[in-house]
Design a protein. Structure first.
Length: 344
C-alpha cells in the first residue's frame, strides 16, 4: 500500500522527483510506500485506468503531501486531489512553493501548518511529520540526514528557478500592473540607455591588463553589502560539492587545500573514501592526495579563492570583525569555518 501520496502538477515533475528521492534517501521512506504519478517506479502501472487508479490511491493514505505551486493551483485535477484531501480529512502536509502565499493554504485547507519549501530550517519539522504519520521507515543515521539535507538545498537552487510560472492573474492586479508600466515607461527608456552605456564601459574595463585593478573597480561599484556578498560566496562553495560524495569527503578536500586534511580513517570511512578515489577526486597513490588541478576540482578551488579574496579585502574588515565578535568563525583555514557555514 502507498502510505504517502504526493499531489503535484505534471509540469512540476522535476521537483516531485527530487522530493521522492529526499524521502527515500534522507528519511528512509520505503520505495513501495510512495505514490507519485510522475516518477518512474512510483507511478501508475501500464494499462491501468488513470482516473480509477488515482481515485483509489487517494482514499486512505497515511499522509498526502501537496506540492502547491502556481501551476498546481491552475490544474483542475490537482484541485480535485486537494479537495479530496480536505473532504476526507486526510492527514495533509501542504508545501508552499515560489510566490504562492500561505493564505492560499489556509483558505483551502483551514488552519493547517504549511512549509515554505525554500525554508531549510523547516526540514526537521517535515521529517518529524513523516515519522508521526506512522509510516514504516528504514534506518537512516544522522550523518546521512546531514548529507542529504545539503544535497536537497543544492538541488532546489537548480530546480526552483526553472519551474513554470502561473499563467493567470487577478483582474485588479493586471490593471494595477498596466498603470505602473504606463507611468514608468519614460523612466524605463532612460534606464535602458544608461544600461547600454554601462555595458560598453564594462566591456572596455574587462580588456584592462591589470586584473587587480579590474577587481578593485568591480568591488567599488558592487551594490551588494559585505553580508550579502559573503552569503553568496558560501552558497557558491556549497554548490561545488560533487554529487554522491559524502560530506566528510568534501570536508577532507576543503581542508586539504590548507594542508590540514589529516590522515584518512580507512577503518570507519573505507566505502566513502574509496568512492572518492573511483570518482577521480583522490589519487590511489600513497597518501591518497587530492587531485587538485583537475576539471572536477577547479570549481572548488575557484570558490575557495573567491572566499579568500573576500576575507583578505580591507573593505570587509569591519564585517569580519563584527562576525568574530559574535564567535562566528571567519578564518578559512579553520575546520570550524566549514562546520559552521557549510554544515559539514
Amino acid at each position: 500500500m502507498s502510505e504517502i501520496f504526493i499531489s503535484h502538477a505534471v509540469a512540476d515533475k522535476k521537483l516531485a522527483k527530487a522530493l521522492v528521492t529526499f524521502l527515500k534517501e534522507a528519511i528512509g521512506v520505503p520505495e513501495k510506500s510512495i505514490f507519485c504519478s510522475s516518477v518512474k517506479g512510483h507511478d501508475i502501472p501500464l494499462g491501468a485506468d488513470f482516473n480509477k487508479y488515482m481515485k483509489d490511491k487517494i482514499q486512505n493514505p497515511k499522509l498526502v503531501i501537496l506540492l502547491i505551486t502556481e501551476t498546481y493551483l491552475e490544474r483542475h485535477f490537482c484541485l480535485m486531489e486537494l479537495g479530496a484531501a480536505w473532504a476526507k480529512s486526510i492527514n495533509a502536509c501542504p508545501i508552499v512553493v515560489g510566490d504562492v502565499s500561505f493564505s492560499t493554504v489556509t483558505d483551502t485547507l483551514g488552519l493547517k501548518q504549511a512549509w515554505k519549501i525554500s525554508d531549510h530550517s523547516g526540514l526537521n519539522a517535515f521529517k518529524k511529520m513523516i515519522e508521526k504519520a506512522d509510516v514504516m521507515l528504514e534506518d537512516r543515521g544522522p550523518d546521512i540526514w546531514d548529507e542529504k539535507r545539503l544535497e536537497w538545498r543544492s538541488s532546489l537552487k537548480k530546480i526552483l528557478p526553472k519551474l513554470p510560472r502561473g499563467t493567470t492573474a487577478a483582474r485588479h492586479e493586471l490593471d494595477k500592473s498596466n498603470e505602473i508600466i504606463a507611468e514608468k515607461s519614460g523612466i524605463i527608456a532612460d534606464l535602458e540607455g544608461q544600461i547600454e552605456t554601462a555595458i560598453s564601459q564594462i566591456e572596455a574595463l574587462k580588456k584592462c591588463k591589470d586584473a587587480k585593478q579590474v577587481q578593485e573597480i568591480s568591488s567599488a561599484h558592487s551594490t551588494n553589502s559585505p553580508s550579502e556578498g559573503f552569503d553568496d560566496l558560501i552558497d557558491k562553495l556549497t554548490d561545488t560539492k560533487p554529487e554522491r560524495i559524502w560530506s566528510g569527503v568534501f570536508l577532507h578536500i576543503l581542508l586539504d587545500k590548507f594542508d590540514k586534511a589529516g590522515k584518512i580513517n580507512w577503518q570507519d570511512d573505507d566505502k566513502e573514501f574509496t568512492e572518492a578515489i573511483q570518482y577521480n577526486l583522490l589519487s590511489d597513490d600513497s597518501g591518497y592526495p587530492v587531485l587538485w588541478g583537475t576539471k572536477k576540482l577547479n570549481k572548488i578551488e575557484a570558490a575557495l579563492q573567491a572566499l579568500e579574496d573576500f576575507l583578505d579585502d580591507p573593505d570587509n574588515e569591519s564585517f569580519i570583525a563584527a562576525q568574530e565578535d559574535q564567535d562566528i568563525p571567519m578564518e578559512l583555514n579553520d575546520r570550524e569555518f566549514f562546520e559552521h557555514h557549510l554544515g559539514l
